[in-house]
Write a protein that binds this ligand. Structure first.
Ligand SMILES: NC(=O)c1ccc[n+]([C@@H]2O[C@H](COP(=O)([O-])OP(=O)(O)OC[C@H]3O[C@@H](n4cnc5c(N)ncnc54)[C@H](OP(=O)(O)O)[C@@H]3O)[C@@H](O)[C@H]2O)c1
Length: 331
């Protein structure tokens, strides 16, 4: 066996993370104890929440300190097992983090037996981001035939699934995204009715043009000015699902919030979604999403690089918003 290459935190990032905040180290591959298995990572998921874990602001995960290996979900193959429930050769969803090999006692591990589509989708549209989209939309957005839904960060795994699942339920989806390429994909790959490029277009004007009677569901992945504008463009009894705050993760103090007065005028409902509350819906989601994928009703895109050493640059790209599709590192 070769060595285990891993990425550790070198210094706590200030603002947008840079590659200099991380360090690639060689380590020995650990041996599994009784009731443990060793797995080799095939795909590593890079997600915005990791930025909060590094600064200790993610309430569901322990802080990553300087010198620690960065955490993250992985699709991995078991190569040695001393665990009665896991066999060599099985493919699992586990949490090896930013390294090539990892040890697990099975806690939080899911076998990917019968997984539909490319294995990496277990980290994206069929994984935690997909479940976030499904639960947030179905539980709090309550899409109905004829509804108009708007979602920000529309080309990412959460955004593209929100729009596609809304369309499956008879709603019209409009995206907001940060480049022409992203907007083209949102319309042509994910089938949204339209997509607003907020870097070159005025969101307020375009929403008024596209939705003269207001927006029934706004699924917010970014916060900030976009959320502020969307609160002023709501239909009666609209629902806002607060999912993520991409505009704020790299800031040390949160900016002043939006004025929520128009929420009252529109009799709108705002709900916050936290994916960890909805794992009871995981089986239902995977079963439905597998069928949708098989029937060609949902599409996906990935922003993939190969090689553990590319992980820091790929994460920094995600945190600058330059990723295009679900951010993955393949080993
Ligand atoms: N509540 C939960 O339980 C939960 C679970 C999973 C994810 N989330 C949240 O859902 C959102 C989407 O996650 P994802 O995995 O699908 O990510 P993603 O869309 O692949 O990547 C994030 C995107 O945010 C956009 N963005 C807007 N303003 C930005 C800024 N100032 N800096 C950087 N990026 C900016 C960028 O797209 P554009 O260029 O198109 O703007 C960027 O590509 C995130 O906010 C994430 O934290 C929440």
């Amino acid at each position: 066996m070769t060595t285990n290459r891993k990425i550790v935190l070198k210094k706590s990032p200030e603002g947008v993370p840079t590659e200099e905040d991380f360090e690639l180290l060689d380590d020995e591959i650990s041996t599994p104890d009784t009731n443990q298995f060793l797995s080799k990572t095939i795909h590593l998921s890079l997600d915005p929440y990791i930025r909060g874990v590094i600064t200790g602001r993610h309430i569901y995960s322990e802080k990553v300190n300087v010198g620690d290996t960065i955490v993250g979900r992985t699709v991995s193959e078991i190569i040695e097992s001393n665990h009665p429930d896991y066999q060599k050769g099985e493919i699992v969803l586990t949490s090896n983090g930013w390294q090539e090999y990892g040890i697990s006692d099975g806690d939080g591990v899911r076998k990917l037996t019968g997984h539909q589509g490319r294995l990496s989708t277990a980290l994206g549209i069929m994984g935690m981001p997909g479940l976030t989209a499904y639960a947030g939309l179905m539980v709090y957005g309550e899409p109905k035939e004829g509804d108009i839904l708007v979602v920000s960060a529309a080309s990412g795994p959460v955004g593209c699934m929100v729009g596609q699942i809304a369309q499956i339920h008879g709603a019209k989806a409009i995206g907001i995204a940060g480049s022409e390429e992203k907007c083209n994909a949102v319309k042509n790959v994910f089938g949204f009715e339209d997509c607003i490029n907020y870097k070159t277009e005025n969101i307020d004007h375009r929403i008024r043009e596209l939705c003269p009677n207001g927006v029934d569901i706004y699924f917010d992945n970014v916060g900030g000015e976009t959320l502020d504008i969307m609160t002023k463009n709501l239909a009666f009894n609209a629902r806002i699902v607060l999912c993520g705050f991409m505009t704020q993760y790299n800031l040390s103090t949160p900016p002043p919030g939006p004025n929520l007065g128009p929420i009252v005028g529109a009799r709108a409902t705002i709900r916050g979604v936290v994916v960890y509350d909805h794992y009871d819906k995981q089986d239902e989601f995977i079963s439905k999403a597998s069928q949708w994928l098989q029937d060609g009703k949902i599409q996906y895109m990935e922003d993939e690089v190969v090689g553990i050493e590319k992980t820091p640059a790929q994460f920094c790209k995600l945190m600058r918003g330059k990723n295009f599709g679900k951010t993955i590192v393949t080993m």
